[in-house]
Design a protein around this ligand. Structure first.
Ligand code: PLP
Length: 426
């Protein structure tokens, strides 16, 4: 299956029905799986055989979607989770314990910023935030002896900063740690981070991967490329007494990281995806390639249109030649980045509010990457926990409007923006 092009894999990877089996991926809406003897089930607990025994640890529908996403990203394995937040929490805590430290780009989604600035700090994992456009020397200076991973977003939400993946990967590897990247916005259709040295990829599948806003979900994908045998990751290279003394790197080889995420963290945290949600996600993934193409086409048109409009104070979209991240965007996402465009309306916060209230086709929702055009004011919603200083550090000015351009007809989207801008003038 993996020899097919990515758009074909969106449809076919992960599930290959045998003779007489359902053509469409079935929902295994069952918590448990029956065996003829307790020995057979015991062998599964001992990881001596393949099979499912309890949906928290694995389920045929989840497994098919995991195989599809692993194929799309080019990884050795994946684990779906109940949300993007759960994916990022587990991606880091799988290899960072109390007393460890991580380096993190400051240009990340507000919820992830809080997760690493508050919750994982409270668990004893320290963090140093670095500017995504820092120099190599500044990045080097952020590492400590106890640093265990680097985290960034390929294309940040909502600031649309393109991370220099090769630079971040190079520095992470020079310090013996993996680079974890949240690839939610570009999706593997527009960027495959493993090709640039990234070791672990995460997604909020709630966004483009689903695309229809019908489920919350997340996923962690393991490239299988990082060498954990450097003395820094005893949780992977030494016996796990809570799992029959298993040594993940010995038992699972290249898939050690993702196997531990499942056997250890999913077992204990229980943030698994529901079979129904995984099934809905799979339906979304089948059209991902087509949708991303249209999102990017429409967003490019909107960004160019806004840039020419005198009622707009600034426009941020990596596909604009005037954008500071244009070159990096072309390097990492040559076929398009995503459907999100951010901009400021002249007249500040009040004009921005009038603009949002004036939209008819686009809806004001706390969501992004939906096939319906939608709009959000991050400073008063997703980023409202952040102080003015943190907002500034995250590159989210108070007048920033995040427009998630959908896949409707471009003429209708532009007409809607035009009439709402007229209302914004007061
Ligand atoms: N990562 C990114 C880039 C996001 O945009 C979001 C949510 O907006 C998340 C992670 C968190 O995902 P979820 O809302 O599915 O928990």
């Amino acid at each position: 299956m993996n020899h097919y092009q990515l758009d074909t894999q969106c449809i076919h990877a992960g599930y290959e029905p045998k003779n007489g089996e359902p053509r469409v991926l079935p929902i295994a809406q069952s918590t448990t799986f029956k065996y003829d003897s307790s020995k057979e089930m015991g062998d599964l607990f001992d990881l001596k055989g393949d099979g499912f025994f309890y949906t928290r640890l694995g389920n045929p529908t989840l497994d098919a979607v995991e195989r599809k996403i692993a194929a799309l990203e080019g990884g050795v394995g994946a684990m779906v989770t109940s949300s993007g937040q759960a994916a990022n929490l587990m991606a880091v805590t799988n290899i960072c314990h109390a007393g460890d430290h991580m380096v993190c780009s400051s240009a990340i989604y507000g919820g992830t910023f809080n997760l690493f600035n508050k919750t994982t700090r409270e668990l004893g994992i320290d963090v140093t935030f670095v500017s995504p456009s820092c120099t190599q020397e500044e990045l080097q200076a952020a590492f400590r002896e106890n640093t265990r991973c680097v985290f960034a977003e390929t294309l940040s939400n909502p600031t649309l900063v393109v991370t220099d993946l090769e630079l971040f990967a190079k520095e992470a590897h020079a310090h013996g740690v993996p680079l974890i990247v949240d690839n939610t916005f570009p999706t593997p259709m527009n960027c495959r981070p493993f090709e640039f040295g990234v070791d672990i990829v995460t997604h909020s599948t709630t966004k483009y991967m689903d695309g229809h806003a019908v489920q919350t979900g997340g996923v962690i994908v393991d490239s299988g490329n990082f060498n954990w045998n450097n003395g820094k990751y005893p949780m992977l290279t030494e016996p796990d007494e809570s799992y029959h003394g298993i040594v993940y790197t010995e038992h699972f080889g290249k898939a050690a990281y993702i196997a531990k995420a499942r056997c250890h963290l999913m077992r204990d945290f229980g943030a698994q995806a529901a079979p129904m949600n995984a099934w809905l996600l799979n339906l979304g993934l089948e059209t991902l390639a087509l949708r991303m193409e249209r999102h990017c086409f429409n967003a490019q048109k909107v960004a160019e249109w806004l840039e020419k409009d005198e009622r707009i104070s600034w426009v941020n979209y990596p596909g604009l030649k005037s954008n500071p991240y244009y070159e990096l965007g072309q390097k990492y996402m040559p076929h398009g980045s995503c459907g999100v465009v951010s901009f400021g309306v002249k007249g500040g916060r009040e004009a921005a509010t009038r603009f949002m209230d004036g939209l008819k086709l686009a809806s004001v929702v706390t969501h992004v990457a939906d096939l319906r055009t939608c709009v959000l004011h991050p400073a008063s919603t997703t980023h409202r926990q952040l102080t003015e200083k943190q907002l500034e550090e995250s590159g989210v000015p108070a007048d920033l409007i995040r427009l998630s351009v959908g896949i409707e007809n471009i003429e209708d989207i532009l007409a809607d923006i035009d009439q709402a801008l007229a209302k914004a003038q007061g």
